[in-house]
Ligand binder design. Structure first.
Ligand SMILES: [Zn+2]
Length: 189
């Protein structure tokens, strides 16, 4: 099977991808409610239903246990869906990245930091399913952190959140007060 055939859009793939997006958004919504941003949770990732994002991502959908965007980047070298997505969604630090600015990657506002944390845990749970453990996010983060172009304070803050969850679990760590305290502590001057 050549590349074009293998990554052709089919109804089955579109449906599979649609279900994964909904499942992910539901998990993000539940976590966002925990940390006091229900409306943001409800509106999270709506751009995934836009044709630019939906069609490309569905084409690279496999079994729902791996990010189709990653697959697309491997095959195609880049992903238009991702470029579209990160330019519209403030919960991605890539949204804030500007290599030409004095601070290329700023400390992002608290409410988007909350959404980012909820998103990362929900993504891990969506793709890992039953294999998910509370240390998954930390392990994943340690693999990618050196590549990320994120503000050093945000980097330390995220690592602290993932480390705490790996030891104490989501219920204990992901509360608004706890995250607020950590955010203030890690982002102060
Ligand atoms: Zn997103």
């Amino acid at each position: 099977m050549n590349k074009d055939e293998k990554y052709k859009l089919t109804f089955k793939k579109a449906w599979g991808h649609f279900k994964v997006v909904n499942k992910h958004r539901w998990m993000v919504f539940c976590l966002c409610c925990r940390v006091g941003i229900p409306l943001q949770g409800l509106l999270h990732d709506l751009s995934k239903y836009s044709p630019t994002e939906f069609i490309e991502t569905a084409r690279f959908f496999d079994k729902g246990d791996f990010s189709p965007i990653r697959k697309c980047k491997e095959v195609q070298g880049y992903s238009l869906a991702w470029i579209h997505h990160k330019n519209r969604n403030k919960h991605h630090y890539e949204y804030w990245y500007d290599y030409n600015a004095e601070i290329p990657s700023p400390v992002i506002p608290f409410r988007y930091f909350l959404e980012m944390v909820c998103d990362s845990f929900a993504a891990g749970m969506t793709y890992q399913g039953k294999k998910w453990t509370q240390s998954y996010q930390l392990e994943y983060w340690l693999k990618i952190k050196d590549k990320t172009r994120i503000h050093p304070k945000m980097r330390m803050l995220l690592e602290k959140v993932y480390t705490d969850v790996s030891k104490e679990g989501i219920k204990k760590v992901l509360t608004r007060n706890n995250l607020k305290r950590m955010y203030i502590e890690y982002t102060k001057e």
